[in-house]
Design a binder for this molecule. Structure first.
Ligand SMILES: *[C@@H]1O[C@H](CO)[C@@H](O)[C@H](O)[C@H]1NC(C)=O
Ligand SMILES: *[C@@H]1O[C@H](CO)[C@@H](O)[C@H](O)[C@H]1NC(C)=O
Ligand SMILES: *[C@@H]1O[C@H](CO)[C@@H](O)[C@H](O)[C@H]1NC(C)=O
Ligand SMILES: *[C@@H]1O[C@H](CO)[C@@H](O)[C@H](O)[C@H]1NC(C)=O
Ligand SMILES: [Zn+2]
Length: 390
């Protein structure tokens, strides 16, 4: 086949445009550089590795925290909330029941279809920045009906921002203030080559993102006014080694914010493997590297608020963003869609799609989250005392 000169010139122009845009993508300081050195902490210890090595660690199933920017997280913690106690009985089932009735699987599905349609939500990619912008606008629109609620982006050295929505308690801004957090991570990643390949991340962790978003919507629309401060967090760059959550908890630790509970939900929608194994659908309660008393309360909340039971499971060191809270001295817990061995096998690939997920199962996580928030919103966290300087 022969090309006319003008076709060749046009193709050459297109090619050079494409490579120029590829170059500009790679010349920004935040772009993925496989040879960049990073300090990572695994269960075995701390070592310098490259960004490419980090992908290898993930492919091998070795969890890590990338502590390059926050090496001293927890080392200089001024607050230690680890002796905090929790309700042993549930007091708000009558109040929470109508809220549970307002959970909409259709709203979660609509949000997740949009959120998983970004090519990927890689934290260093423009699409990861765009997806955090969409999430920010969505959270803000929900919060808009209540002037007391603030929504703010938490900026990082890469394009994707973490997000915090805050419903202030009656003691907000004083030393008596206590903060209860609900978290999920917003980024997604294709493990083959994160900046070039797609990653719908419907389950990991689009599901957790829309689960807590739906909880937030139901609470806000009910006119909810907590006594303790309630915050919803959507972390950036979990897949990079818990980067966004470390930045946030380093800041909270520095500002001596008295966080009494943090519940992370990373993957809330996949049940096929549990059902194929002939096991009952259940919420996976992680029991390793978590706060024992908070985790006991989570089990009580599942029994009292969800319609399915829990199954105890373990996930390993630095498994998700709750590990950043724990490192900062804050009690944290983690729930996941099933026993760990039955979780979604399609994550970190183009196959992590909405059609493989159960929105009814996500609704069970949302019920638990409503119960967790409501019970802790009015719990009198008397201990431990926080210094008046806080
Ligand atoms: C937590 O409780 C233990 C056992 O009572 C006590 O030794 C420790 O000092 C407490 N820590 C804080 C930070 O209150
Ligand atoms: C906002 O906070 C004030 C002061 O606590 C309270 O009186 C008011 O009802 C709150 N508004 C909403 C919509 O929650
Ligand atoms: C449930 O949602 C409906 C429609 O938005 C609203 O009118 C009602 O007040 C909500 N119920 C509660 C308990 O929030
Ligand atoms: C919230 O705090 C106020 C003031 O301390 C108290 O009177 C009220 O009973 C608390 N609400 C609940 C539901 O515990
Ligand atoms: Zn995840």
């Amino acid at each position: 086949m022969r090309f006319s000169l003008s076709t060749i010139v046009a193709v050459a122009a297109l090619t050079s445009q494409a490579s120029a845009s590829l170059m500009s993508q790679y010349s920004t300081s935040s772009s993925f550089n496989p040879t960049e050195l990073r300090l990572v902490q695994t269960e075995a210890g701390t070592e310098w590795v490259t960004e490419a090595d980090k992908l290898e660690l993930k492919r091998a199933g070795t969890n890590f925290m990338d502590i390059t920017d926050h090496e001293d997280l927890g080392v200089t913690a001024l607050l230690d909330m680890t002796n905090t106690t929790y309700p042993t009985e549930l007091l708000f089932q009558d109040e929470v029941a109508p809220l549970i009735g307002n959970i909409s699987t259709a709203a979660m599905k609509m949000n997740l279809e949009i959120f998983s349609s970004f090519f990927n939500r890689f934290y260093k990619a423009k699409t990861g920045g765009d997806s955090s912008m969409w999430l920010f606008n969505t959270v803000k629109a929900i919060a808009g009906v209540n002037p007391n609620v603030t929504v703010f982006p938490f900026h990082h050295a890469w394009p994707q921002k973490s997000l915090v929505a805050k419903i202030p308690g009656i003691n907000a801004g004083t030393a008596l203030d206590r903060t209860v957090i609900v978290g999920a991570h917003q980024d997604s990643m294709n493990l083959l080559f994160p900046s070039l390949f797609g990653a719908p991340g419907a389950d990991d962790d689009g599901s957790g993102t829309v689960t807590i978003l739906e909880t937030f919507r139901v609470l806000i629309e009910s006119g909810f006014q907590p006594n303790n401060t309630i915050e919803f967090h959507w972390y950036s760059a979990e897949e990079g080694g818990l980067l966004g959550s470390q930045a946030i908890f380093a800041e909270y630790s520095k500002r001596q914010i008295a966080v009494t509970a943090m519940l992370q939900q990373d993957m809330t929608g996949y049940v096929a493997k549990t059902l194929e194994a002939g096991e009952p659908e259940a919420i996976g309660v992680v029991t390793d590297f978590v706060h024992p008393a908070l985790t006991e309360f989570i089990k009580t909340a599942i029994t009292g608020y969800a319609s399915i039971p829990y199954v105890e499971t373990s996930c390993g060191y630095a498994c998700s963003d709750h590990a950043s809270a724990a490192k900062a001295g804050y009690p944290s817990a983690f729930v996941i869609e099933s026993a760990f061995e039955n979780t979604n096998p399609f994550i970190h690939s183009v196959k992590d799609t909405v059609d493989r997920l159960s929105f009814e199962h996500m609704a069970e996580h949302a019920k638990l989250t409503l119960g967790y928030v409501y019970e802790l919103a009015y719990y009198n966290f008397t201990s431990p005392p926080v210094p008046a300087s806080a």
